[in-house]
Design a binder for this molecule. Structure first.
Ligand SMILES: [Ca+2]
Ligand SMILES: [Ca+2]
Length: 612
């Protein structure tokens, strides 16, 4: 999460000259997944055309032979895109090959392939995002796809103390009497902050991909990743995720420390009231610069002083949940690490119960806010992960006593950094031996209800993406993919093809079946995103900086919080799904982030495994 400094906005006018890199193909009115289609998967294209009557279409193969033909389904006016749409369903074609084209009237699509394993490379590239955003280590040429993506280590030693002094709202923070070595981890997003709540859900998502897929052979078995730990005998997905887990563990407040923090839901606009608490075992919310840095900015050039902020109850519960998950996964791989994780999870959970209402109320410069006023979902998630790991009755009692549990299925929101109840359900559903039959049924029905809601949303959308809010929020692509994650879990639970089709719909949307004819993943597809809001991959602002590596996911259309200078120009002029621009300045539209790329890894790996 980040913001541009106002002084940088003056540089905007020089951008136009450098943005005209190698020309990309023009947008086509015939939109589909730019990675093509799997032979046995659904095949849907969407055509923007004002005709009210069905149009004739043909599918021709690489030798110009017609393989299928028909008449379009007229969808009509689509409010999300502001377009009049038709659909072509050619799922019946299962012949593999290159050079297929759809012909609709006088318009030909770009060529595409029908082939298996189209997500083989994407899943590795998506995971590579995390290596390329590691702090404290040099990014080495041998592990990246182009030499210009290598860079020196950023923030190689981070022994930080707590911010003290006045925040933006004039509250005086007392600081703390210790420093923590919080070296390492991943940079969160376009900025160089490191935020525990976003780290926790990202770690959970990656580890959950391992837990779901590894029993039948890990997609990221040791040696398959392009990371320094390839060949060390441990799964490369686990190696990458451990980088962030080690950082999470470092963010924990030492036992016995008392801190003065604002306790309870204190009103905005009034001075904060600070109270002493026993903070031992809590987690600091974040570590970041005391002022926003400009773009572009290689991380080793960051001139700002960095501080710890928090702790908060939400960060503490994120640590508890992710560390509990670590405690079961590493049990046989590295028992000492698993023990350390589980110990941290237990002490964090106890600290959160002792201090259940410490919110992120500070107004600090230089980093994302990451405030969350509803913590029932975090408590439920942490209890679920601890129960899944330990089987202890106290954690079961806590999760079943939660308002999340009693409110199911309504309380199972889309997974996001401040909404993690569904993550707990996904974990519980995968460990059926831990729940009695009635509780298993309750978890399952809540997940099915979530998946059904996503499918119902897809049915209302011209582009059939399984997400249909009134307006699209910041990071909407991550919601599309987190819904795909739940659809995939429910596909596994039920074996019903319509849920897998929903996963395919979500990925088809992200990779090109959208009104921008855009692949929101860099380096994948004919018209990929290439100017993310990222301080290092800022080629658009300065040609001395690189374009992004392949496999980075744009946050995607945002029609509800259009605060950046590019979004402000679009505001009021774009249909919701068109409120996006491939522009480094567009932090509200085109940022990249660990919690967005994590579900891309999950869904790409699941589809790769399941022939999607
Ligand atoms: Ca390894
Ligand atoms: Ca929450």
């Amino acid at each position: 999460m980040s913001r541009l400094l106002p002084r940088l906005l003056a540089a905007a006018s020089v951008l136009a000259a450098s943005s005209a890199l190698a020309a990309e193909p023009a947008a086509s009115p015939i939109r589909f997944n730019q990675l093509g289609f799997a032979p046995d998967a659904p095949k849907l294209a969407v055509v923007a055309d004002s005709a009210s009557a069905p149009l004739s279409w043909r599918l021709v193969d690489g030798r110009g032979r017609t393989q299928a033909s028909g008449r379009t389904e007229v969808v009509g006016a689509d409010s999300a895109s502001g377009e009049h749409l038709h659909r072509i369903d050619f799922s019946g074609v299962r012949t593999a090959g290159d050079g297929f084209k759809l012909v609709v009237g006088q318009t030909q699509s770009r060529p595409f392939a029908i082939q298996p394993a189209r997500y083989e490379r994407l899943k590795f590239d998506a995971l590579g995002y995390f290596y390329e955003n590691r702090a404290a280590v040099p990014i080495e040429p041998r592990f990246v796809s182009r030499p210009d993506l290598a860079r020196p280590a950023g923030h190689p030693s981070e022994k930080l103390t707590c911010f003290s002094g006045k925040d933006n709202a004039g509250n005086t923070w007392p600081g703390c009497d210790y420093t923590l070595d919080v070296t390492g981890g991943w940079y969160d997003a376009g900025d160089h902050g490191k935020y525990v709540v976003n780290a926790g859900v990202s770690v959970w998502t990656l580890l959950n991909a391992y837990e779901r897929l590894a029993p039948k052979g890990s997609p990221f078995a040791d040696g398959r990743g392009r990371i320094p730990e390839a060949g060390n005998g441990v799964d490369d997905l686990l190696d990458e995720t451990r980088v962030e887990l080690e950082f999470l563990l470092r963010m924990q407040v030492p036992q016995g420390k008392r801190l003065s923090v604002p306790v309870g839901a204190q009103g905005r606009g009034k001075p904060l009231v600070f109270s002493p608490i026993d903070a031992g075992g809590m987690a600091h919310l974040k570590a970041h610069d005391q002022r926003w840095t400009g773009l572009p900015m290689r991380p080793d050039k960051d001139p700002e002083t960095r501080f710890l902020y928090g702790p908060t109850t939400s960060a503490t519960l994120n640590l508890a949940a992710a560390a509990a998950q670590c405690g079961r996964i590493w049990r046989t791989i590295d028992p000492a690490f698993a023990e350390r994780c589980l110990g941290a999870a237990r002490s964090a959970y106890a600290a959160a119960k002792r201090n259940p209402e410490v919110y992120a109320l500070g107004d600090f410069a230089g980093g994302g806010g990451y405030g969350d006023s509803k913590l029932a979902d975090e408590f439920f998630w942490a209890a679920s992960e601890l129960y899944a790991t330990t089987g202890e009755a106290a954690f079961l009692a806590d999760l079943k006593g939660s308002s999340v549990w009693t409110g199911l299925p309504q309380t199972a929101d889309d997974i996001a950094w401040p909404a993690v109840a569904t993550a707990g359900l996904v974990t519980l559903a995968a460990r059926p031996g831990g729940l009695d039959a009635a509780d298993q049924a309750k978890v399952r029905s809540a997940l099915v209800a979530n998946a059904d809601r996503a499918l119902a949303d897809g049915a209302r959308q011209g582009y059939r993406l399984p997400y249909a809010p009134e307006g699209y929020p910041w990071g909407s692509n991550s919601t599309v993919l987190n819904r795909a994650l739940v659809l995939a879990v429910v596909a596994d639970l039920t074996g019903e093809a319509r849920y897998k089709a929903g996963v395919v719909d979500a990925m088809d949307y992200v990779l090109g079946r959208n009104p921008l004819d855009r692949s929101f993943v860099s380096g994948h597809g004919a018209r990929p995103m290439r100017n993310p809001h990222h301080r290092f991959w800022a080629h658009q602002m300065d040609p001395a900086f690189p374009l992004p590596p392949p496999g980075a996911l744009s946050g995607g259309p945002n029609s509800t919080s259009m605060g950046d200078p590019v979004a402000l120009e679009l505001k009021g002029k774009c249909a919701p799904l068109k409120c996006w621009a491939d522009d480094t300045r567009a932090y509200a539209l085109n940022e990249v982030a660990i919690n967005w790329n994590a579900p891309l890894v999950w869904v790409a790996a699941w589809l790769d495994r399941n022939g999607g």
